[in-house]
Design a protein around this ligand. Structure first.
Ligand code: DC
Length: 219
C-alpha cells in the first residue's frame, strides 16, 4: 500500500510521514531528499545547469543510494559518502527548486522512486507524489500551514544543523520557493483531486498523525 503526503516546505510532511510510517509498520521515503541530493551533486561537480548536455551526462554518472532506517530520516549516500546532513544546508536549499524543475532530473528521480517503492508498503512524501508518481495510491493527503508557522519550523531545522538564519529571510525564501514549485511547468506542487487536505497550523504532530491514521484505518 502507498500513502502519499504532498505539500510545500515546512508544512510538517516529514515529521508526520515518519511517525505515520512507524505507526503502520510501513517504510518512509522522503523524495525531497532525493532532489536535494542531485542539487548537492551538481554543486560538487560544478555542473552548469543551463547546459542540457552537461546535466544529462552528469546524471548518467550519478551513484545515488537511498535507504530507509526505521524511525530515522531517509539516508542518502552519494558516491559512497553519507550526505544526509549536507543536503539540508542553505546552499543546497537555495538551488533545489531550480534543479527539481528540470525534466531530465525529474525523469530519473520518478523512475527511481517507483523502483524503490515497487509495490511495498510505503509512506511517500513530496510535491507530486499523489498527482504524478503514484496517482493510483490508496490514500492521498495534502498538508498546508500558514507562512509564520512554516518559517518557525524551518528555523528550527536549520538550528539543528547549526545554521543560524533570520526568520524573515526564511519566510521570504519559502514564499519564493512555493511560487517556483507551484508555477513550474513539470509536475507543479498541487493537490491531487482526490487528496484530503490537512491544515497543520495549529495541530501538534501527534494530532496530525492521528487524523491521517484515522482516515487510513477507516477504509
Ligand atoms: O521537501 P524539501 O524541502 O526537502 O524539498 C526540496 C525541493 O525538492 C523542493 O523545493 C521541491 C522539490 N521537490 C519536488 O520537486 N518534488 C518532490 N516530489 C519533492 C521535492
Amino acid at each position: 500500500m502507498v500513502i502519499t503526503i504532498d505539500g510545500a516546505a515546512g508544512v510538517g510532511k516529514t515529521t508526520t510521514a515518519k511517525k505515520l510510517a512507524k505507526k503502520l509498520g510501513f517504510r518512509y521515503l522522503d523524495t525531497g531528499a532525493m532532489y536535494r541530493a542531485i542539487t548537492y551533486f551538481f554543486i560538487q561537480h560544478q555542473v552548469d545547469i543551463e547546459s542540457k548536455d552537461m546535466v544529462i551526462s552528469s546524471l548518467d554518472t550519478l551513484k545515488l543510494d537511498v535507504s530507509f532506517p526505521i524511525d530515522r530520516p531517509t539516508k542518502i549516500v552519494l558516491d559512497g559518502k553519507d550526505i544526509s546532513q549536507d543536503i539540508r544546508k542553505k546552499v543546497v536549499t537555495n538551488q533545489v527548486s531550480q534543479v527539481s524543475a528540470m525534466k531530465d532530473v525529474r525523469k530519473k528521480m520518478v523512475k527511481m522512486q517507483k523502483e524503490i517503492v515497487n509495490n511495498g508498503n510505503f509512506v511517500v512524501e513530496g510535491r507530486d507524489i499523489g498527482t504524478v508518481v503514484f496517482p493510483n495510491a490508496e490514500h492521498k493527503f495534502f498538508l498546508v500551514a500558514d507562512y509564520n508557522i512554516r518559517a518557525e519550523r524551518r528555523l528550527k531545522d536549520f538550528d539543528n544543523i547549526n545554521e543560524k538564519l533570520d526568520l524573515s529571510d526564511i519566510r521570504n525564501d519559502l514564499i519564493k520557493r512555493d511560487k517556483h514549485d507551484k508555477n513550474r511547468k513539470l509536475s507543479p506542487l498541487k493537490k491531487a483531486e482526490d487528496a484530503i487536505v490537512i491544515d497543520t497550523s495549529s495541530c501538534s504532530v501527534d494530532e496530525q498523525v492521528e487524523s491521517i491514521y484515522k482516515y487510513v484505518e477507516r477504509v
